[in-house]
Ligand binder design. Structure first.
Ligand code: 5GP
Length: 191
């Protein structure tokens, strides 16, 4: 997606050779128009699938996920990173290791929002080692639902996330593929 790729090149800040900061349009301040476009491109790609729900993880996956759910007119469910006291119903849970924070947290979704009839499109902001997407896929499986695909805004292709997801038989779409962050420079696949 050209507009997104240009934005990543222009506004992306290289933190180190593995981490890219995109706080100006995705991870802190959000460019709603760009996310609206992101959501459209993702759902167009998976238009042959009968998707009943979008699933993401708080917080940064919510912006692209809610836009996809708006275009598709299906609910957007996000996994919570800690079980709130208000979650009194039964819930599915799994442990996810965070690449950026280097911590593991137990993420939860209430059982009432996912069931065996659901066909789920997982959406996240970044794909690095695949831990977040794989964790969400485990929650889908726990509910006996089906993962229809994975939509990612920015994939760091030099990390093994895609390989891991594809080896689980999952189809991955990413809208911007970063091939390297070496030398403080964002290099995209194909450049
Ligand atoms: P994974 O679970 O695939 O290893 O990493 C993806 C998750 O970690 C995403 O949910 C995202 O929030 C975070 N993440 C991974 N790499 C980056 C990065 O380079 N920049 C930012 N801002 N977040 C990242």
């Amino acid at each position: 997606m050209r507009t997104l790729q240009d934005r990543v090149k222009e506004d992306g800040v290289v933190i180190d050779e593995k981490i890219l900061k995109v706080d100006s349009f995705l991870n802190h301040q959000i460019d709603a128009k760009l996310m609206y476009e992101v959501g459209q491109v993702i759902i167009d790609h998976f238009s042959d699938k009968k998707i009943t729900k979008i699933l993401t993880i708080e917080a940064s996956g919510i912006a692209p996920a809610i836009m996809a759910s708006l275009h598709l007119d299906v609910p957007c469910l996000f996994a919570k990173k800690a079980k709130p006291s208000t979650m009194t119903s039964e819930y599915y849970h799994t442990d996810i290791h965070s690449f950026t924070k280097n911590t593991t947290s137990t993420v939860v979704i209430a059982k009432q929002f996912l069931n065996e009839d659901d066909h789920v499109l997982i959406i996240d902001d970044f794909l690095a080692n695949g831990e977040a997407s794989l964790g969400l896929h485990r929650l889908v499986k726990a509910a006996n639902a089906t993962t229809s695909g994975i939509g990612i805004v920015i994939e760091k292709s030099f990390q093994p996330g895609r390989e891991k997801l594809e080896s689980e038989g999952l189809e991955v779409l990413s809208l911007c593929q970063v091939s390297s962050l070496l030398g403080n420079k964002v290099k995209l696949v194909g450049e």
